[in-house]
Write a protein that binds this ligand. Structure first.
Ligand code: SF4
Length: 365
């Protein structure tokens, strides 16, 4: 006779004991028994959106060294913040960080609000980040669900419904497991479990404190979960970057408009980015978007490719020389343009795409 057994529900104490012995060291994480700094938690959580712990570490250290307190950060200049953020991607996060710091200093006396509702009204703070701040910074019983947590919960309860449809259920199940005791440590523990043990591939079940409660492990389907709906392919857009170099070697840079993709970051002046179908329908030639009339020539470095969340981008580089007498007043969008020495390009707020264009051009110049 085969007796089917349902695993016992997972216990938070098991996970907390595991966390006490295996917690990851991170520069923003306080030591056991110490009170976390909400400024550090908020900054790290914003940086970690769409980015890995390994990438964020050095950026976090740089920010905290330059702006040790929230007050220092709120008094910073946005351009400096964008320069420090360059390479981390999703630049709206940096702009919102800066705005948010100003609001906390101006409206909350420099103290982070300890209410999820108030946190949600601040720029750049969505439901996940608000819950993470409430749990980690203030040890409040908030439901923190990131990709790691979704994976652990989907496996523990063997949820076969695919993401994103299963999100509300996974959140509900996560909430049901969250303890009243040490909820902040618990939130970090389950994220650590997902990142280090219950990994997407090859989960280390024999090391898992919840192995005896895991329905997916019992059924041998842990590697198949969580299931995900196939995403539609990303569209491909095309654009042209205009590399204009003056006789003294300086390059023309332009500050992008404050809102939108890569807003307020510096760029090699470029055309709008459009899909091939729009391009062939348009009578406008790439050179029509050039910042100045000149003998533009296609650069021989081929195409620079970059992928954003919603589309792939292919940039062609065109280059031209400008005389020393070329005045910014002759340049389109002159108020946003400046001549920058090649050796100073590293200190500009150039996003990764623009850095790729610089590298491709300098390699072949
Ligand atoms: S037993 Fe395995 S699949 Fe289940 S939660 Fe632990 S590591 Fe993940």
């Amino acid at each position: 006779m085969i007796i089917k057994t349902t695993p016992a529900p997972p216990k938070s104490e098991q996970l907390l004991t595991w966390y006490d012995n295996h917690r990851r060291q991170m520069p923003w994480r306080s030591e056991a028994g110490q009170t976390p700094d909400p400024y550090h938690i908020w900054l790290s959580e914003i940086m970690l959106q769409q980015t890995t712990v390994v990438t964020v570490g050095p950026y976090f250290e740089k920010f905290i060294t330059r702006w040790p307190t929230l007050k220092d950060f709120a008094e910073s200049c946005l351009d400096d913040v964008l320069k420090m953020w360059a390479g981390l991607g999703y630049y709206a996060r940096a702009r919102n960080l800066h705005k948010c710091a100003g609001i906390i200093m101006g409206e909350f006396g420099g103290i982070f609000p300890q209410s999820q509702k108030q946190l949600l009204q601040l720029p750049g703070i969505g439901p996940y980040t608000a819950a993470a701040i409430m749990a980690i910074a203030f040890d409040t019983r908030a439901t923190v669900v990131d990709g790691n947590v979704e994976r652990v919960i989907a496996r523990i309860f063997a949820i076969e419904k695919p993401l994103p449809h299963s999100k509300p259920l996974l959140k509900e199940l996560t909430k049901s497991l969250t303890p009243h005791v040490r909820p902040g440590d618990y939130a970090q523990a389950i994220m650590d479990l997902g990142a280090t043990v219950c990994k997407p591939r090859n989960p280390q079940c024999p090391l898992c404190p919840w192995q005896s409660s895991c329905c997916a492990r019992v059924r041998g389907i842990q590697e198949q979960l969580p299931q995900k709906l196939k995403k539609p392919p990303k569209p491909r857009r095309h654009g042209t970057a205009f590399w204009l170099q003056r006789e003294d070697g300086k390059i023309l840079l332009r500050k992008r408009l404050p809102s939108g993709l890569l807003g307020a970051m510096m760029e090699i002046p470029s055309s709008p980015w459009i899909e091939a179908t729009q391009m062939s329908a348009s009578k406008i030639q790439p050179a029509d978007h050039a910042p100045i009339k000149a003998r533009w020539q296609k650069h021989g470095s081929g195409i620079v490719k970059h992928t954003f969340t919603h589309f792939h981008l292919e940039m062609t580089i065109w280059q031209a020389r400008a005389g020393m007498d070329t005045k910014l007043t002759e340049v389109a969008d002159e108020e946003r343009c400046s001549w920058v020495d090649i050796k100073d390009l590293d200190s500009q707020a150039l996003p990764t795409l623009m850095q790729k264009i610089v590298n491709a051009t300098l390699r072949k110049s």
